[in-house]
Design a protein around this ligand. Structure first.
Ligand code: NAI
Ligand code: 15L
Length: 268
């Protein structure tokens, strides 16, 4: 079910549109009557839905990203490297990329809806219930790059009044795929509604929202969802008992799951 929200009067720029979330989000937003300007370094693999245009660009290219945002209502920033990464591999697409997106937002007076990640807090243990003010504990170079992105959002709000909503997405897949996702799963429908509310909310300031469905097993509580008027409608609870239970390993101990195992050399 989609929420009845007034479509923005101008197209919305979507970076990373050719990726997994982009390809799912685009038809959902089009079905709400939105016009979209899609961009990615890779070609958009599907037929372009009505009201959409696609312009290829590299997030490393500041001028291209600033120019793309001209005439748009806001920017939904999904693009970037999505794996554990190294400093060098996240540097361009994620660090420079998010900087260029906020430069574009500043240049054109736009809000940014930023696809952050649960990996900004991945090294918190599963027993710890978090709110949006909990300490960053990134679990990967990817998570570190998302901390940087959230801090860029904070900086452009404090310095320039650029509004943003950082979505700390858990695991956004068609269905939960493992026991951890009973806590972290975000349905694709809840994701589309989360983006739609983030774009259309009257004002957001600097906002942070946990991107998870209404999951009883969740570790995440307080955030700014009331400010954007979003409530998740779906839940992973129906999948409880369908996966092997958590074990004793690093991936089962920490909220970031498998990302926490990579390069982990501690003995405790
Ligand atoms: P994806 O890897 O399928 O999509 C990312 C897109 O960014 C790709 O189409 C890729 O071509 C594009 N991209 C990479 N480098 C680029 C560059 N230099 N210039 C322009 N475009 C570039 O990832 P997915 O799953 O669609 O995720 C979308 C966003 O949501 C990402 O920012 C990711 O970090 C975030 N996220 C996703 C989660 C999930 O469960 N899928 C969970 C948490 C966060
Ligand atoms: C993410 O940030 C990744 O983009 C996605 O591929 C999953 O690994 C997800 O987090 C997760 O934590 O399940």
């Amino acid at each position: 079910m989609t929420d009845a929200l007034q479509p923005p009067s101008l197209p919305v720029l979507v970076t990373g549109a050719a990726g997994k979330l982009g390809r799912d989000l685009v038809p959902s937003l089009v079905a709400m009557g939105w016009r979209l300007r899609l961009t990615d370094i890779a070609p958009f693999p599907d037929p372009l839905p009505p009201g959409c245009e696609f312009i290829a660009a590299d997030l490393n290219d500041r001028d291209a990203i600033v120019n793309l945002a001209q005439g748009c209502a806001s920017i939904v920033h999904l693009g970037g490297l999505v794996e554990y990464g190294t400093f060098e591999t996240v540097l361009g697409p994620n660090l420079r990329g998010v900087y260029h997106v906020f430069e574009a937002a500043l240049a054109h007076g736009l809000r940014v809806v930023y696809a952050s990640s649960n990996h900004v807090i991945g090294f918190h243990e599963r027993e710890t219930v978090l709110d949006k003010e909990s300490t960053y504990r990134p679990d990967s170079f990817y998570g570190l790059s998302k901390v940087f992105g959230e801090m860029v959002a904070r900086f452009y709000w404090d310095r320039n009044g650029v509004e943003s909503v950082s979505l700390r997405i858990g695991s956004c897949f068609p269905e939960p795929k493992q026991e951890r996702m009973l806590a972290t799963w975000l349905s694709r429908g809840d994701m589309a509604r989360l983006v739609a509310h983030s774009v259309t909310a009257p004002s957001t300031g600097f906002a942070v929202v946990w991107g998870a469905s209404n999951n009883a097993a969740s570790w995440w509580r307080g955030d700014d969802r009331a400010r954007i008027g979003w409530t998740p409608q779906d839940s992973a609870d129906a999948y409880a008992g369908t996966f092997p239970p958590a074990g004793q390993g690093v991936a089962d101990r920490f909220q970031g799951g498998g990302f926490c195992e990579v390069g982990y050399t501690r003995n405790d």
